[in-house]
Design a binder for this molecule. Sequence first.
Ligand code: NAP
Length: 307
Amino acid sequence: MRNVVIIGSGCAGSTAAIYSARANLQPLVVSGHEAGGQLSLTTLVENFPGFPAGINGPDLVESMKLQAQNFGAEYVHGAVVDADFSQRPFRLNIEGEWIETRTVIVASGASARWLGLASEHELIGHGVSSCATCDGFFYREKNIMVIGGGDSAMEEANFLSRFGREVTVVHRREEFRASKIMLDRARHNPKIKWLPNTVVEDVFDVSQKLVTGVRLRNVKTGEVWEQDVDGFFVAIGHIPNTKVFKGQIETDPDGYIVSKGGARTSIPGIFHAGDVQDRTYRQAITASGAGCMAAIEVERYLEAEGH
Ligand code: NAP
């Protein structure tokens, strides 16, 4: 029987592990299919406090993991494939093996939605990004492309226009899903150019391990052309990793966990941390803060239950 199982090994999960391990709760961390979370897909992180010269995303999450392990946290590979929160203790199925736990911290994150091109995947962290706040700074006076037609795409395009020489928004339709205010703000930005009715067919150049351009297609006219670009930002939404808890923990229509205050979910004893609940901030530092909150709540919950 575990005191606490932490689902996810990104900033939220590993910070929760550091705190709960130091509280002597011997947490078990289930790494998940994307071990280290979204930071493991980035390169330099310059906005995590405490690193004036920046730190590599994968190094940062690995250091958090080591720190948690130094205090006795245990990490297992694999993912939670099934869960039963209808009874106590809670039951989790990790790659076919059921375990029991008194509490759970769900820190399974939200995965950026990608276009699904092989070249896009190959170039993540080498010019392809899903986070303007994280990576925009690297594209001073460069040509930037933003894919998407929602609020995220508008927000990212506006933000990136502070750095880039030019920002081109590529959207697959004529109409934009973004709210009027966000769209208007972007439309009034002279640095932003528009390519509606356009899809990306390929991202270059995998052989150089660097984004140099794209091949685009106008879906109305069928015209295909290539365009130089240095930074390729995909802003077509995120998918919270809650499928396995569907129907058990309360989520909003998009699948994000609904917070019941602090780190509480709709089920007492199950807590949330990080992007699996947060569609607003989505930063490493906010996820870490949320992991800390969840661990403190677990400690108090177990204490109140007499454990
Ligand atoms: P979203 O509203 O779901 O928009 C996703 C966009 O990506 C849509 O324009 C969609 O095109 C496009 N898209 C999806 N899959 C695609 C694909 N495979 N290929 C090409 N394009 C694709 O997502 P979001 O912009 O991340 O926003 C999520 C939520 O957060 C929204 O409720 C939004 O209002 C909110 N948000 C608010 C703010 C703010 O107020 N400051 C900022 C960011 C986000 P279609 O339109 O054709 O489907």
